[in-house]
Design a protein around this ligand. Structure first.
Ligand code: ADE
Length: 229
């Protein structure tokens, strides 16, 4: 998969993709991430990328011209499955959406700033708008990093144990059960006996029960989705 990210703050995106799983995904050739600085496409003398909003009011708006020039250039080179805009008024990101996006070949992600981008970019280029939560970030970059991480780890071959992404919280609309590692007893706190029993049927049943219990207590809304209600 190839992901192109359009930003005015490329420095914000350097860390998240050069560590751990996403770093390995790129090294193994499963994922290509290209970060583009929108400012490089500004034709104004001072390389401006924003302007005052028509109608007045506080806050700047990201100008259409440099963004359109950059998107046009990228679209000439390849077809994109989705051109995504990170925005607090977009569709709330959920696991189902991550699963579907992980099947794509080419994604483009536009990071907003200030009051947002000129609406004409949204109307004429953007195919999907995503929010990572009901709060406002200072820009779309951290949201884009969350989105890329959630998609990247689902690409076949990226995780060592391919089944482990399928047993994550939210797959099947269930949270994950509790997990433990050695030692079996620490400060008198014991690992549940069943996990040490070696009886895999019992262990599976215990995990299912705990996952269900935890979901019921913390995220009953997920159970409704699971039952198709
Ligand atoms: N940009 C600002 N806030 C955001 C959010 N919650 N999700 C995605 N992009 C954003």
């Amino acid at each position: 998969m190839r992901i192109d990210i359009l930003t005015i703050l490329p420095g914000l995106l350097e860390g998240p993709f050069s560590n751990s799983i996403l770093k390995r995904a790129q090294e193994k050739g499963h994922l290509e991430i290209h970060i583009h600085n929108i400012r490089d496409y500004s034709t104004s003398k001072h390389k401006n990328v924003d302007d005052y909003q028509y109608g007045g009011g506080a806050g700047m708006v990201m100008s259409a011209e440099p963004i359109a020039a950059l998107i046009d250039r990228l679209k000439e080179e390849r077809d994109y499955d989705e051109i995504i805009y990170m925005t607090p008024d977009g569709e709330l990101l959920e696991q189902d959406r991550c699963n579907r996006l992980s099947l794509n070949e080419n994604l483009m992600i536009l990071c907003g700033h200030y009051k947002g981008v000129d609406e004409r970019i949204r109307e004429h280029y953007i195919t999907l708008e995503i929010s990572i939560g009901s709060y406002v970030l200072s820009g779309g970059e951290l949201g884009a990093a969350v989105l890329v991480d959630s998609i990247g780890r689902l690409i076949p071959g990226v995780l060592n144990d391919e089944t482990s992404a399928l047993t994550d919280s939210f797959q099947d609309h269930l949270l994950s059960p509790p997990v433990y590692t050695r030692p079996p007893e620490y400060r008198g706190w014991k690992v549940p006996e069943v996990l040490l029993s070696g009886d895999f049927k019992k262990i599976e049943a215990w995990r299912e029960e705990k996952a269900y219990q935890r979901t019921k207590e913390r995220r009953p809304d997920l159970l409704k989705k699971r039952d198709g209600k």
